[in-house]
Design a binder for this molecule. Structure first.
Ligand SMILES: CC(C)(COP(=O)(O)OP(=O)(O)OC[C@H]1O[C@@H](n2cnc3c(N)ncnc32)[C@H](O)[C@@H]1OP(=O)(O)O)[C@@H](O)C(=O)NCCC(=O)NCCS
Length: 262
């Protein structure tokens, strides 16, 4: 096995490894392709591939910040996994990051936390995205939570308005009530079966769940199968009691932020 920097002509091989290795949307050519080309033009030396002869068997697409290197994507061909290729790519990346005078490597991962822990990475934060099945639920939509853009504007601060972009999409689902808060949800980018809450503002955990009940009732009425939301860590046990689960799917997942000092 040999590791070398990737070139633009490696694009088809990168797409092919990605489509067979990733669970999440990075397996899609329209996500990984432009991502790879952007990274290659910005930081060519942080894009590396592992080759067996002429064949690409794994790649790492990286970036850097102030004093850290960032692993955006890493993947190894399924038939070459668990043979040390991923470890070799991370080692080479760390070497390159160190050579650039950076002192840490950071990344976020949904499915490979254990892989990074074995390499000395520590989890420094978690973005909980929990999933709930709508089918079987019985909460009814309460018209008191019907809200239009004018109503939303009244409940938000100026600086929060940027989060309301999705309201202009015809599929946007909005709920809100004075004294409770606002939630905006959208059909998932890849599947009509799922509705994702993209923005929510609430004063208390109780209010959060009142809003979610209303999102659920309306999403179910549209025929969606499931709903997702981001939760603060303290809310997670309550969410679990209320039927939200940690289930990671190709459409939504909890992200573990990992870090290692070099
Ligand atoms: C994660 C991935 C890059 C690891 O590459 P790899 O070449 O299989 O890794 P290695 O062979 O170097 O494995 C090193 C160790 O991590 C373990 N490991 C590998 N993948 C793992 C995972 N997803 N979860 C937990 N442990 C994992 C291996 O079993 C091995 O343990 P060992 O030393 O006790 O045998 C590869 O499995 C992959 O492409 N997965 C799909 C895409 C993905 O999840 N990418 C990461 C998202 S950021």
């Amino acid at each position: 096995m040999m590791i070398r920097p990737l070139k633009a002509k490696d694009l088809p091989s990168v797409l092919s490894v990605a489509s067979s290795a990733f669970e999440e949307e990075a397996r899609r050519p329209e996500v990984i392709g432009p991502g790879f080309l952007d990274s290659l033009s910005r930081r060519p030396d942080l894009q590396i591939g592992a080759f067996e002869g002429e064949e690409l068997i794994g790649f790492l697409i990286g970036d850097e910040g102030e004093d850290w290197g960032l692993v955006n994507w890493i993947a190894v061909s399924p038939d070459q996994q668990k043979k040390g290729v991923g470890t070799a790519l991370i080692n080479e990346f760390e070497e390159r990051v160190r050579a650039r005078g950076k002192r840490r490597v950071r990344l976020g991962t949904p499915f490979a936390r254990g892989f990074y822990e074995r390499l000395g990475y520590k989890c420094v934060g978690t973005q909980y995205v929990l999933w709930k099945k709508l089918v079987g639920g019985t909460v009814k939509a309460d018209p008191a939570f019907d809200i239009d853009l004018e109503g939303i504007v009244d409940l938000l601060e100026d600086y929060e308005m940027d989060s309301v972009r999705c309201a202009f999409n015809p599929g946007c689902l909005m709920v809100g009530r004075e004294g409770v808060g606002v939630a905006l949800a959208m059909e998932n980018r890849w599947s009509k079966e799922q509705v994702d809450v993209l923005f929510s503002k609430y004063g208390s955990t109780g209010s959060h769940f009142l809003l979610l009940d209303q999102v659920e009732a309306r999403a179910r009425a549209r025929g969606a199968y499931s709903v997702t939301e981001r939760f603060e860590e303290g809310e997670v046990p309550i969410a679990r009691q209320r039927g939200w689960s940690d289930r990671a799917t190709p459409l939504s997942w909890t992200t573990y932020y990992m870090e290692k000092s070099l």
